[in-house]
Design a protein around this ligand. Structure first.
Ligand code: SAH
Length: 250
């Protein structure tokens, strides 16, 4: 079920129970009372990533405090999407964008991966988690994706679950059309891997091609920036194998 886009949506990290008043934090209070200028008893939607989506009312007390009262569940909590998105971290602005887009596109787990040409190794985990929440608020996602700690590519591959197929966006593959390789995938558990701005090293490409659980795909005839590649590849995966299809992978 799609979200109701007419009401503001807020993530609240509290259990959602009808009738119990929750105090909004300073940022939420400012957004509700000073930015949206909601009046007493105005309605909004709230979710916490566990209890589904609730219609709620807001009750400002002056301009610095506000309470939120969950009224009625509007959508039940869906299971977290199973799609794992593995990506080489980018510099701050592009990383923010990439995390937001990955959430909008339905990734369930965000796995930063350190590759040989990855330039960014110090990662703002909290900032990524905050971006994931903001994207979920905006696009109606109820299961907040899990943002994992970064892991080196070697270790990621060594510890890979045997029944999950890793779709690897390979800028050096020499063909343009990703569809035949994607359509040939039989597994329902999928992951996607997009490289850093500097691309994968030859050694990494050889290593990935040799693994039985890896499918390498091209993304057309042009080299895309990593953040563009992320959106293009996630759209392809959702359209061919994911939740844009009548049969969804778990
Ligand atoms: N600097 C590299 C490009 C890296 S693009 C070069 O010039 O070759 C960043 C990442 O986006 C790549 O590692 C790959 O995962 C993905 N990507 C970009 N364009 C692609 C394409 N045409 N086909 C497949 N993957 C692509």
């Amino acid at each position: 079920m799609r979200a109701n886009y007419r009401l503001p949506r807020l993530f609240i990290d509290n259990p959602l129970v009808p009738g119990i008043e929750l105090e909004a934090d300073a940022g939420q209070t400012n957004y509700l009372v000073n930015v949206l200028r909601l009046k007493d008893s105005a309605e909004l939607l709230v979710f916490n990533g566990r209890d589904g989506e609730w219609r709620a009312s807001v009750h400002p007390r002056g301009r610095k405090k506000a309470f939120i009262r969950p009224l009625k569940q509007e959508r039940p909590q869906p299971p977290a999407p199973g799609l794992v998105y593995c990506f080489a971290p980018l510099k701050a602005g592009r990383l923010d964008y990439m995390v937001q887009k990955a959430v909008e596109m339905g990734a369930g787990i965000l796995q930063p991966v350190i590759t040989q040409h990855t330039q960014v190794t110090k990662l703002g985990h909290e900032r990524m988690a905050a971006n994931a929440i903001e994207a979920a608020e905006q696009c109606g996602v109820l299961a907040i994706p899990d943002v994992r700690e970064s892991v080196k590519l070697d270790r990621l591959l060594a510890e890979w679950e045997a029944d999950r197929r890793l779709v690897f966006c390979d800028e050096g593959i020499g063909t343009d059309n990703p569809l035949p390789a994607l359509q040939a995938i039989g597994e329902t558990k999928l992951a996607l891997l997009v490289g850093p701005e500097g691309g994968f090293s030859d050694e990494e490409r050889r290593q990935l091609h040799a693994l039985p659980f890896v499918t390498a795909i091209p993304l057309g005839p042009r080299i895309l920036r990593a953040d563009t590649a992320a959106v293009a590849a996630l759209a392809l995966l959702q359209a061919v194998k994911g939740d844009w299809q009548p049969i969804k992978f778990p």
